[in-house]
Write a protein of this length. Structure first.
Length: 272
């Protein structure tokens, strides 16, 4: 695999990552302006990255002290929260990089990538990719570059299938589908996928049944692709075929529910 470029310009392999949308609102006048930054389900993003980065660090450096690694990840997240608390709208990413050939420090490296907010979309089209799960499929980060290349090749969000043609997830999304007769929702029961924060928030407000589905089965259901950037996007097409129409009332209800899950980014230094 071609080495990726880290936040500081060094090359290496992305071991773990967590990205999310930051919503910033400015309060006060020019002299005393203050930014109230918030993230949907922010505590869950912090927890997911802390767990993923800790496990990935120890995989890359088995000789490392687990307690020390946990402390360094925690200190990094405190520092990152201080920066994010003063940020405006954006799409930042927590990162853990394996050292590359040009790096002088031979241990994993933590970084915060401050990125602009991309244009938000209301719907999405998916194109199936029956290649089976990639290595570390349950860990957000290692496969980001591969999925981006696949998205460029397909010209659409890849719908990842296992080797038996069963639905796993989108390359950057988790899938929720609704039975149009019973109005019950479902998510993939297969384990080789990233645990989605946005899916978890929706599951707290709805009974989503873990199920196994094929591409053809999805075509008969209302399908949502959900993630931390766009929230909920109804899937308009699967492999060029038009999907079942979405229920406007249900969509509005769950979008409103997600809007109630914005959590302020508190600066840890303010409590000291």
């Amino acid at each position: 695999m071609t080495p990726e470029s880290g936040t500081d310009g060094a090359t290496g392999r992305l071991l773990a990552a967590d990205s999310f949308r930051v919503r910033g609102a400015v309060r006060g006048g020019e002299a005393g302006a203050h930014v109230d930054a918030a993230v949907r389900g922010f505590a869950r993003h912090l927890e997911r990255f802390a767990q993923t980065a800790h496990a990935a660090w120890l995989d890359a450096s088995p000789e490392a002290n687990p307690a020390e690694v946990r402390g360094r990840v925690s200190a990094f997240l405190d520092s990152a929260r201080s920066r994010l608390a003063r940020s405006g709208d954006g799409f930042p990413r927590f990162e853990l990089w394996e050292p590359g050939p040009s790096d002088s420090i031979r241990e994993p490296r933590l970084a915060l990538a401050i990125r602009k907010l991309p244009q938000l979309q209301l719907t999405i089209a998916l194109r199936s990719c029956p290649s089976g799960p990639l290595p570390r499929a349950r860990r957000k980060g290692p496969n980001i570059a591969s999925y981006a290349a696949l998205r460029h090749e397909l010209g659409a969000e890849p719908l990842l299938l296992d080797r038996d043609g069963r639905v796993l997830e989108g390359a950057t999304t988790s899938l929720i589908w609704w039975n149009r007769e019973t109005h019950r929702g479902a998510v993939s029961a297969l384990p080789d996928r990233v645990p989605s924060v946005t899916e978890a928030l929706i599951r707290e407000a709805a009974e989503l049944e873990p199920r196994v589905a094929t591409l053809n089965e999805l075509l008969h259901h209302e399908v949502w692709a959900v993630n931390a950037l766009h929230g909920i996007r109804p899937v308009s097409h699967l492999d060029g075929a038009r999907c079942a129409p979405h229920d406007q009332e249900r969509l509005a209800h769950f979008r409103e529910m997600l809007d109630r899950r914005w959590e302020p980014i508190t600066d840890p230094r303010a409590r000291r």
